[in-house]
Structures are given as C-alpha cells and as structure tokens.
Design a protein around this ligand. Structure first.
Ligand code: CA
Length: 233
C-alpha cells in the first residue's frame, strides 16, 4: 500500500490512478490530518509527500515519520517544486529517501516508486538496514547517522543489529543479554541498560529510534523494518 499526501485534487487523483493502474495499491489524502488517521490503522510500504499542504506541511510530516521508531523505516518520497524549494529541502536532509521534482511524468513517477521499493527490499536482503537517517551494514560492520560514520564497540554493534533484526518487537533485557552476550555470560541485566544508554548517545539524533518498553525492555523500528518482512512491489 502506498500513501500519498497531496492537496491538489487533480494531481492526487491522477497519481493514485496511475499507481493503481500499474499494479500498486494506493490511497490519496488531502491533508496530514487524514494521513495520520489512516496511518493509525495501517502502515504503508511507501509514503509520498507534497510539501505545500494546508495545515501541517510535508516537511513536518516527514520529520515526524522519521523520528518515530514505528514509522522511521517506511521509505518516503518528497514531491517538490523545482528550484529553490528543491534545493532547500535537499539541504535540510530530514531523512527523505527520494525527491521527485515537479513537474514530473507519470512514467518517471512509477519508475522511481519501483526503484525505491526495490532498494529498501535489497537493503534488507544484503544485511543492510536503514531507518530515519540511521544506516547499518552487517557485512561491512559500518553504522552511519545521516551519512556520518559512528564508531561502535563490538557489543554496541551487535546490540543494535539484534534490535534491528527484531524491529517492532519488544525485547526483554534477559532475551537481549542471552542473544548478544551469550547464555553463559555471567552478567546482570543492568549491562543491557548501560549499553543502550551509550548506544543512544553515540547515535545522536537517531538514538531516539531505540524505545524503552516500560517494565519489559527495549525495541526499535517498525514492524516492516525487518529484513524479511518487506513485500514485493
Ligand atoms: Ca500542494
């Protein structure tokens, strides 16, 4: 399911029609308000955002999507007017996954959507993960936050990858301890808290993707952020 927020009725209907006629499920919304209401019911696999909208604008919607662990992994494509708006949005780097300058052709739109969906699926298959400015590669042992590499200790890295692989699931401290430190590790669950704290600090802006689940433990990411749960376009 692709969600699209665009206030101009003609454009919105044309985009939804084009996506549907090329085999995608798509829903259009005229405002952020309608979009958030629908998001509560169903998480889309891709979101397309116009910038100038009545009420909450597209940049604010993008920022909110990318700063919540529940939605950070959903790829977002911004539809921007060419020129200064485009430059400004690129400069802000709020974690959008693609930018499509207006005016654009419908075939270009479909190609970009397919490409973005393919890219996010391939990342999972290659042991690469990205969510809201956070990128992690298991084979290369690299973590970046908005493009800047973050140096993690081996345990911090393992901990982050374990959380990402179980994205959307609340994990108990005991579960994390045995998975990351091993069953015969003679430590306390406080070890987990300490490592989570330094991990959050090192991840900076992306640290808030790691949520504390009260009385239980921790979790990261959306239900569809995991490597195996992404569907085909
Ligand atoms: Ca608009």
């Amino acid at each position: 399911m692709i969600y699209l927020v665009e206030d101009e009725t003609n454009i919105r209907e044309l985009l939804v029609y084009t996506l549907q006629s090329t085999g995608f499920e798509a829903r259009g919304f005229a405002s952020g308000k309608d979009f958030w209401a629908a998001l509560d019911e169903n998480a889309p696999r891709l979101v397309m955002l116009d910038i100038m909208l009545p009420g909450e604008d597209g940049l604010s919607i993008l920022k909110r999507l990318k700063s919540s662990s529940a939605t950070a992994a959903i790829p977002v494509m911004m539809l921007t007017a060419k020129g200064t708006e485009y430059d400004k949005v690129l400069g802000l780097d709020l974690g959008a996954d693609d930018y499509l300058p207006k005016p654009f052709g419908m075939m270009e739109l479909v190609a970009r959507v397919k490409n973005l969906l393919r890219r996010s699926r391939q990342e999972g298959e290659k042991g690469e993960y990205s969510a809201g400015g956070l990128y992690a590669s298991v084979p290369r042992h690299v973590v970046t936050v908005f493009g800047d590499e973050v140096k993690l200790t081996l345990k911090e890295f393992d901990l982050l990858i374990f959380l990402i692989k179980n994205a959307g699931m609340a994990l108990t401290r005991d579960h994390i301890l045995s998975a990351v430190w091993g069953y015969d590790f003679d430590g306390e669950t406080r070890t987990v808290d300490v490592h989570i704290r330094t991990l959050r600090n090192k991840l900076g802006e992306c640290g808030k993707l790691i949520e504390t689940v009260r009385g239980l433990g921790y979790k990261i990411g959306a239900p569809d952020a995991g490597p195996t749960k992404r569907g085909k376009p």
